[in-house]
Design a protein around this ligand. Structure first.
Ligand code: NAP
Length: 321
């Protein structure tokens, strides 16, 4: 019987499904040596949120497929997996809408100061009718710049254009004609997007090219009243430069779901800033979506081990090897 290592707890029915196809060994990835030993003895693996390095796969000669319960695959060295002939599967689409909801929550919460003012009410500060000191800024009718208008970016653009009458700008390496047609999205250079947007929203994958793509210079080129939204990966932004820009008033605020270090250390300067909304990486974190992702990843893994997976494959070069 095939052996699968799972490094993330799985819903009961998903575990039962995998057990129909293989012996499932559940490991705690914090127990590094036990995790590596389990990988060495497995045909497949399923999990999320943990780096799986080439060194961890040395001697894992049986390993045929890894399945991440996420759309992002920056925890893996894809070229190395391809060299080893290991299929890497991921879960696009099932999480697109709930992640776009999170992005929009950050836009609204940052602009209308929802978190800050809710805390203010809870602290008993609401003693009179509110005044300008509690006002936020409008979202509707403003310009949203989406850096990386793919699946999630497209779902954000739909909310923005159709729900909030926003103008949508975007940068991609290739055009997205569907978003241009359906949401009036306009493809521009990053410099123009940064200079013209009231909200700059990052939705690119983390790659060598996108790491720190927003640093001090880019923050300086944004409008003074702009808000930066990041629900991609923490490292797409230079976090130290962002902290400085927020402290200095270079930009107005930030709505962040992702950080350099996660969990975000309790002493992070980001947590001292009133103009920051910080969420604990909840992009896709609804009961329904997380269940659908786990199911999708399990089905991807079973099909990959059977040699029948044709969709959701990150390294397609490996198929047929
Ligand atoms: P996607 O459909 O592949 O979209 C990514 C977009 O980024 C594409 O339009 C791509 O267009 C663009 N892009 C890639 N590299 C670029 C570059 N160097 N410069 C400019 N644009 C670039 O992926 P998705 O499903 O929307 O997911 C996007 C990312 O969101 C994931 O990789 C993940 O890191 C993150 N995410 C976070 C959460 C969370 O919990 N916060 C949840 C889900 C996903 P081109 O290829 O034409 O450049």
């Amino acid at each position: 019987m095939k052996k699968i290592v799972a490094w993330k707890p799985l819903p009961e029915d998903v575990l039962a499904y995998l057990q129909q196809h293989a012996e499932v060994v559940q490991v705690d990835p914090a127990q590094h040596d036990a995790f590596v030993a389990a990988l060495r003895d497995a045909d497949g693996g399923i999990g999320a949120s943990v780096k799986v390095t080439p060194a961890m796969l040395e001697g894992a000669s049986r390993l045929k497929a890894l399945s991440t319960i996420s759309v992002g695959f920056d925890q893996f060295d894809v070229a190395d997996l391809t060299r080893r002939g290991i299929v890497l599967a991921h879960t696009p689409d099932v999480l697109t809408e709930s992640t776009a909801d999170t992005v929009f929550s950050l836009i609204l919460a940052s602009a209308r100061r929802v978190v800050e003012l809710a805390e203010w009410v809870k602290a008993g500060q609401w003693r009179d009718s509110i005044g300008a000191a509690q006002f936020g800024v409008d979202v509707q009718g403003k310009t949203l710049g989406i850096v990386g208008l793919g699946r999630i970016g497209g779902a954000v653009a739909r909310r923005a254009a159709l729900g909030f009458n926003m103008k949508v700008l975007y940068t991609n390496r290739s055009a997205n004609p569907q978003a241009e047609q359906a949401y009036g999205a306009r493809r521009v250079e990053l410099a123009e997007l940064l200079a013209s947007s009231d909200f700059v929203c990052l939705q690119v994958p983390l790659t060598a090219e996108t790491r720190h793509m927003i640093g001090a210079a880019e923050l300086r080129s944004m409008k003074k009243n702009a808000i930066l939204i990041n629900a991609s990966r923490g490292a797409t932004v230079d976090e130290q430069a962002l902290i400085k820009a927020l402290q200095d008033g270079t930009i107005h605020g930030a709505g962040l779901d992702v950080f350099d270090t996660e969990p975000l250390p309790a002493d992070s300067l980001l947590l001292k800033l009133a103009n920051v909304v910080a969420l604990p990486h909840i992009g896709s974190a609804t009961h329904e979506t997380r269940h659908a992702m786990a199911r999708n990843a399990a089905e991807n893994l079973v099909a990959a081990l059977d040699g029948t997976l044709t969709v959701n494959v990150v390294n397609r070069d490996v198929l047929g090897k």
